[in-house]
Each structure stands twice: as C-alpha cells, then as structure tokens.
Design a protein around this ligand. Structure first.
Ligand code: TYM
Length: 326
C-alpha cells in the first residue's frame, strides 16, 4: 500500500481552492493508501500569530478536514507540533539545503513580499515541509499545483542526504489533480484563491452559506466578450469558472464549456454545483464543532500513530549521520 502524506496550515478556514486542489483528493485516496495528514501549526508560526488563536484554529482546521471527508478511523490526522520529531528532522534538513535553493522558492518570494518582519523560519519553511514528508517515507504527496516546487525541493534534499550519509529517506512524488489544481480568486482571476481575510469576495469558504456562495460566484469577474471558452491567458475569469464547474461535476473545463454560450447560465450552474458540493461538508462540520473534546481525543490517537513512524525514521537519520547515541 502506498504511503501518502499531505498537510495544511491552520491559517483561516478551508476554501474552495484547498478543497478542490487537495482535501477532496485526500478523502478519496485514504481508502486505497496509508495516509497521513498533519495540520501544520509550526508552519503557521513563520508569520506572527495572535496568542491563543492558533490552538483554536488548529482544532477548527482538524474538524474541517474531518467534515470534508477525512475519516480518522481510516487515515491518520494529527497536529504537527504534537510530534516533536518534525522540528528535529527539519534542522538536519536545513543543513542539507542551500541558501540558493531556498531563495528560489516562489512561495517565499510571494509571502516575504507581504511581510514587514521576514522571519528566518519563513525562509527555511521548505526544510520543515521536507521533514513532514520524509519522516513518513511518503511515496506520494497529493497537493495543489502551487506546492509542486516544494515537493521537488524535498526530493533534492532527500537525494543529497542519501548520497552524503547513505540510504535514509524515500523519494516522494507530487500528485496534482487533473481538475482543480489551481483555483483562482473570483475577483482577481490571475491570482490563486487564498484565505478569505485577504480577499473575502474572491474566496469561497467551505463553510459559507448557500446564498453567500451564490453571491460570490454571480459577481465573479469575467470579461467584456460574450463567448464561453476555456482560455486561461485570454479569459482568466471565465476559465476559472469552467475549471470550478468541471472539477465540481467531474468534467474537464473544455467539456463544461461546450454547454454554454452565455456567462449568466454558466455562473448560475457553477454556483449551484458548488453549493451542492459543499452542503454535506457544512452539515458535518456543525456536528463536529459541537464536540471539541472528541476531536482532541482523535488527534491524540493520530499523534501517537504518527510519532511511532517519525521516531523510527529520525533515529535512522541520526544514526546514518553518525550523531553519538545518548
Ligand atoms: P496550504 O495550507 O497553503 O494549502 C493546503 C493545500 O491546498 C492547496 N491549495 C490550492 N489548490 C488549488 N487552488 C488553490 N487556490 C489552492 N490554494 C491552496 C495547496 O496546494 C495544498 O495542497 N506548505 C503547504 C503545507 C504543508 C505541506 C506539508 C503540504 C506543510 N507540510 C507536507 C504537503 C506536504 C501549504 O502551505 O499548503
């Protein structure tokens, strides 16, 4: 059985991009793979956090993953900071990646451009992400297209470590979905959809009520032409709607385009498809939210399962480097 690992930051609520690009695929894959899904709270502290908020957001994100279909009896959901091996392994990997490699990461360039205080952690973030993946001997990492570069760097880090210290880490591969890998902002369709604090009208949150979803999709920016076709360069807004509709209804964007000649009906059908897709997620979340103690219990079990694997891999890495055994 393939080992799969993919994580998500607990910053803001899940949005439609996270759902179509990643989480929905995690929910499918869990039945045929041995899947691990950390809520990566230590990645979130690369930018300043409000004291007290992060813990709440971490619990809430865990409940959203479960609401979106991850079953804690089938896959392993855990909190990154509960498995301390991640930070120790990250240090070993920071010493295996170069300043030049980290400087080329587009997520760092984007995020550092928006920060007044650029932490060293924001820069070395990909080494912690590599630790998340390599500690579990993951074969596959199902992610949206924006994470591809980090997974490629993870492979390079693993290869370099193995060639310096002997076979230690398994090389993972990114798995990016055919549809929904890059959901764009509804108001600025040349930017990827990101958490709603940055762009509340351009982002569909998975917990938005049906009228909010319909309103956001109806007011999505399109263009002044009047023909419906999939052309990301020339028609980013319309193409984004076609991608979303296609991903929600199991078709390619081009297939979805064949059904429309006008923007109005395209928007109405996209809104309806998204509302139906997210309706059960919203309902399940309301149940889970009512019982935080049960979520915490499930996360403790998840951390226990994760720690057993992570500790063995870290031990292998320590011993291959030749650190003196305590
Ligand atoms: P994060 O928290 O930004 O996003 C979680 C997942 O959602 C995908 N995603 C999108 N997919 C399509 N369209 C979008 N607009 C969109 N926005 C986000 C992301 O590709 C991702 O799969 N660095 C990672 C978290 C991480 C991780 C890991 C991932 C930490 N350790 C180990 C995989 C393996 C991140 O910031 O994802």
């Amino acid at each position: 059985m393939a080992r799969v690992l993919s994580g998500i930051q607990p910053s803001g609520d899940l949005h439609l991009g996270n759902y179509l690009g990643a989480i929905r695929n995690w929910a499918r894959i869990q039945h045929t793979a041995d899947a691990f899904h950390p809520v990566v709270d230590l990645h979130a502290v690369t930018v300043p956090q409000e004291p007290g908020e992060l813990g709440r957001a971490t619990l809430r994100m865990s409940q959203m993953l479960m609401a979106a279909g991850l079953d804690p009896d089938v896959c392993t959901i855990f909190v990154q900071s509960h498995v301390r091996e991640h930070t120790e392994c990250a240090w070993l990997l920071e010493c295996t990646v170069s300043f030049g490699e980290l400087s080329r990461m587009t997520q760092f360039k984007d995020k550092s451009g928006r920060q007044q205080f650029i932490s060293a952690g924001l820069f070395t973030y990909p080494a912690l992400q590599a630790a998340d993946i390599l500690l579990y001997d993951a074969d596959e990492v199902p992610v949206g297209a924006d994470q591809r570069q980090h997974i490629e760097l993870t492979r390079d880090i693993a290869e370099r470590f193995n060639s310096r210290y002997g076979e230690t880490f398994r090389l993972p591969a990114a798995v990016v979905p055919a549809a929904g890998a890059r959901v764009m902002d509804l108001q600025t369709p040349t930017d990827k959809m990101s958490k709603s604090l940055d762009s509340p009208r351009g982002t569909v949150d998975i917990l938005d009520d049906p009228s909010a979803i319909a309103r956001k999709i109806r007011s999505a920016v399109t263009d002044s032409e009047a023909d419906v076709r999939y052309d990301v360069e020339a028609k980013p807004g319309v193409s984004n709607l076609l991608s979303i509709l296609g991903a929600a209804t199991g078709r390619t964007p081009e297939e979805a385009a064949g059904d429309y000649t006008m923007y109005g009906p395209l928007k109405a059908d996209t809104a309806e498809a998204v509302v139906e897709l997210l309706r059960p997620v919203r309902a399940r979340f309301a149940e889970l939210e009512a019982d935080p103690a049960e979520t915490s219990r499930l996360l403790r079990i998840g951390a226990g399962k994760a720690r057993a694997i992570a500790a063995a891999t870290l031990e292998r890495a320590r011993s291959n480097i030749g650190l003196l055994a305590p």
